[in-house]
Every structure is written in structure tokens, then in C-alpha cells.
Design a protein around this ligand. Sequence first.
Ligand code: SAH
Length: 362
Amino acid sequence: MIEDILKKSKLDKTDLIHLLQAEGPDMERLFKKSMAVKEEYVQNKVYFRGLIEFSNICRKDCLYCGIRKSNGKVHRYDISDKEILKAAEFAYDNHFGSVVLQSGEQKSPVFSKRIIKLLDGMNQLSGGKLRVTLSCGEQTKETYKEWFEHGAARYLLRIETSDRELYAKLHPNDRLHDFNERLQCLYDLKDLGYQTGSGVMIGLPFQSHESLANDLLWMQSMDLDMVGMGPYLEHEETPLYEYRHFLMPQKKRFELALRMIACLRILMKDINIAAATALQSIDKLGREKAIKIGANVIMPNVTPGEFRDDYHLYNNKPCTDENPEDCKSCLEMRIALADNKIAYDEWGDSEHYRRRILNSEF
Ligand code: SAH
């Protein structure tokens, strides 16, 4: 019985598998519980992060991703530093409090120095008031350290799936796509003091409910501060597209993603959970629905409009034809509909991180 599971203080794998399959009234019970946990631990507040997808150049060849190296049909771009800083300024002027710099995976001393320059620039334009999250893939611990010292406070690196066997099916089998290395990066980030975020894709071919339940338990065991996870969306120009017949319908993937978010909120009460943009590709109100049942972070796209179409990770990516202003005002209205409030001018650091640090000091 779902009610009995929801009363438990500790959820195990079997419980989670049940919750991930909850339908109809049972799903509503799950959401009711996750909404209550959200309200109690992180309140009905939403933090905005201005998302700047500054380059789609990538050295990796992940079998699911539209900007993988081997996709010759992508127009590759790299936004100039000046424009990146302008986008950051836009976010700051609009009281977002925080930005995320995301790109394809590049790893070189030149890239590393460039990020340092950008971090310094953002610090300067905001007098240190803009919180910066990086999401620039796997790097050496040295590089992560330098970025941290130049003001990067948070880092997002999705594990994509914590299931090693599935990971091997989604990536080429070579040193560049090594599960252990990705995991080591997450340990390094935590060790350096970053607010550390990870996440998975939901509804992948060959992915079972058990595998997803294990993902949730993995997030808990990693003691993450932030999680971003969303539905997998097929992309024609990727090898995984061949397996699209194995996928559940998009609507089902969307519901499963919502149940994952609800379960995670119940498991990890005080972390930040992002409502992934991919949710909105399936359902126009997807992110707001996620906010309602447990997520508390939205990343409005502030990438200059002309580049947005080229950061094409999957089909039907939303909002690529809008300018950032449009995005902000339509979001405001929809968050109000989800009975939540936008916390402007707040950094919105992970409450979990704050407690984690306090506990380690005493
Ligand atoms: N280079 C950075 C950021 C990658 S893009 C890094 O590796 O961390 C951000 C995320 O988009 C990825 O981590 C992946 O989870 C997601 N993504 C990529 N292809 C996708 C697809 N086809 N469907 C849904 N999400 C996808």
C-alpha cells in the first residue's frame, strides 16, 4: 500500500520501485506527500538561475546527445566573452541572483583560463553579488580548484545514470567516457567545497524502475546538494535514436520524471532540485508542474537568442525562438500558477549544503 510506504521514515529500494510506478490516486498521494515535505523544508520558493549555454563544442560522443562530437550537422558556436558577460549582466539586472555557465565538454589549459577570466568578469560586474554555477564537464581536480578559488560556488555534473551497465550502453567504451572518472570528478568537487550537483536522465532505453530507484539511492549516498534530472528525449542525429521503439511514450516519461522528483524530495528533504528544461519539451507547463511537487530551481535561458537553436541536445527544445525577456515574464506568471514565489535577488544556496558545512565544522 502506497499510504504505508509514505508513512515510513526510511525508504528502501522496494519502496521506491513501488512509488515510481504509482498511478492515478496513488500518484496523487505521492505528490501530496512530496509537496508537504517541500513546504516544510525549503518553503514554496523558486530560485532562478540564468542559464548561459556558451558553447556547443564538445569532445565527447555520448550516444544520446545532439551536440556529440560526431554530429556533423550541428553548427558549432562559441559565444564571445563579451557577450557571455552581457548575458550574465542581464541576469543580474533582472534580479536572478545566480547564473549557470554551461557548455559542451572542453578540456584544455586555454579553456580553463578562459573560465577563470569569465569568473573574474562576473565578479566584477556584480561586485561579487552574482552566484556562479559551472557545468562544464569533467576536468582535473586542479582546474576545479582554480575555478573554485575564482568564485565558482556550485558545480553541476550529471552522472546520467548510476547504473554502470546502462552507462556503458549509452557511451562509447573508451577512456573519454569512463564512468569511474565521472564519479571521481564528483568526489573531487565535493572535496574542494563546491555545492555539488548531479542527476540522471529518465526513461532511457534499457532503463528499469529498479535502475531508477538505485539512482535515487545513489544520490542519497553521495549526499548531493543539488540535483537536476529530466526525461530523456530522442534526437535523430544520435546513435541511440535507433532504439526509440523501446521507449515509453513521452507522456509516460514525463510522469515518471515527476515521480522521480517527488521521491527525491521525500528522500533528500533540504536539497535544491532543478526543474529541467527537458520537462518543458514534453509539457508546456512541465517545469511548473515539477515545481509544484518538489523542485525549487528553474534555469531560465539567458543565452543570446541567435545561438539558442544550436544548443540542441534533443528534439523540440523549448523557448529557442524567444528572447530572454519573454522567458522571464512568462515564467513569472506560471510560477504563480504553481502556488510558488520567485525569490529574486537571493543566491538560493542549497540548504543541505549549509547544514552539511555547519555539521562538519562542529
Ligand atoms: N558538458 C556538460 C553539460 C552537458 S549538457 C556536462 O557534461 O556536464 C547537460 C545535460 O543535458 C547532460 O548532462 C544530459 O543529462 C542532458 N542531455 C543530453 N542529451 C539529452 C537528451 N537526448 N535528452 C535529455 N537530456 C539530455
